[in-house]
Design a protein around this ligand. Structure first.
Ligand code: ATR
Length: 282
């Protein structure tokens, strides 16, 4: 019997996750299908009940349901519970368990694509939303020494800083205002990451001077449309290493795929499928 996987979100037109996971399924020749479930907020609870009844094997959860889905699940993995968001649900003997693969996917793709090892490193993270939380957690878990959080709304950066202090009391984090980024000592920063939507569809740019960094500093963007955001373009011109947003998308997907199927999917093929879909629809 074909096992059903999918993605739950709203709106969900042309989700990149569908071609990405289907490319892995076709390549491996396994009996699965990955579908898009565009669900209105008022139908979320009913949809989860229905998924359980229909024995759906697993699904991804995306905007705006990464937190809203949690009360409807039977259990939450410890790590996802700490982050406070779920992007993957796995059906384990009829019980739905929530996981979060965003952060670990990010750290893995960063390592694979740039060779960056977070251990002992100092990170400047722009943004303090859901994606930022998962990324910060995983970087600290992987041994990062310090995370400086810069956000438009300072209260949110401060809240994330306090949240991180609870789980990582030995490491330091700090919150600053966006306009104070240029006053930091750039020489001490090993990784700069944009977790906001600035630069999406090529609109806007991070208001940050990219001079004064060490040449091995990595500039990373979780925006994948376009793959080369204005921020990454400037970083490249400044001679810095760059890491694009397709990396996190592919590796979080690969981690979810492993949870559902027990099989390591072909990440190169998944990345190619994402790039093709981006060219076609986005
Ligand atoms: P996600 O779950 O995708 O991270 P989110 O929780 O809504 O989405 O967070 C979006 C992040 O992008 C926030 O840090 C937000 O800043 P605020 O907390 O001040 O809202 C940031 N962001 C979005 N658009 C922005 C813009 N035009 N300028 C600066 N920051 C922006």
């Amino acid at each position: 019997m074909t096992l059903v996987l999918g993605i739950v979100g709203h709106p969900l037109d042309h989700s990149l996750s569908v071609p990405m996971h289907m490319s892995a399924i076709f390549t491996l020749g396994i009996d699965y299908v990955y579908m898009s479930f565009d669900i209105l907020p008022e139908n979320l609870s009913h949809a989860v009940t229905q998924f359980r009844k229909e024995h759906i094997k697993g699904f991804n959860v995306t905007i705006p349901y990464k937190e809203d889905i949690m009360p409807y699940l039977d259990s939450i993995d410890e790590y996802a519970g700490k982050i406070g968001a779920v992007n993957t649900v796995n059906n384990e003997n009829g019980r739905l368990k929530g996981y979060n693969t965003d952060g670990i996917g990010y750290v893995k793709s960063l390592g694979e694509q740039t060779g960056f090892d977070p251990r002992g490193k100092q990170v400047l993270m722009i943004g303090a939303g859901g994606a930022a939380k998962a990324v910060a957690f995983s970087l600290l878990e992987a041994g990062a020494d310090k995370i400086i959080i810069a956000n438009r709304t300072p209260e949110r950066a401060e809240a994330l800083h306090r949240h991180l202090c609870v789980y990582f009391p030995a490491t330091s984090s700090q919150s600053i205002r966006l306009q104070d980024m240029n006053a930091l000592d750039h020489k001490k920063i090993n990784l700069v990451i944009n977790t906001t939507s600035i630069g999406m569809k090529g609109a806007g740019d991070i208001d940050m001077d990219l001079t004064g960094f060490r040449s091995d500093t990595v500039v990373s963007d979780i925006v994948y449309n376009p793959l080369e955001t204005p921020f990454l373009k400037r970083a490249k011109h400044a001679g810095l290493k760059t890491h694009d947003g397709a990396g996190m998308l592919v590796y979080q997907g690969a981690e979810s795929f492993k949870l559902w199927t027990g099989v390591q999917p072909p990440v190169d093929i998944m990345r190619q499928a994402v790039l093709r879909a981006l060219q076609e629809h986005h």
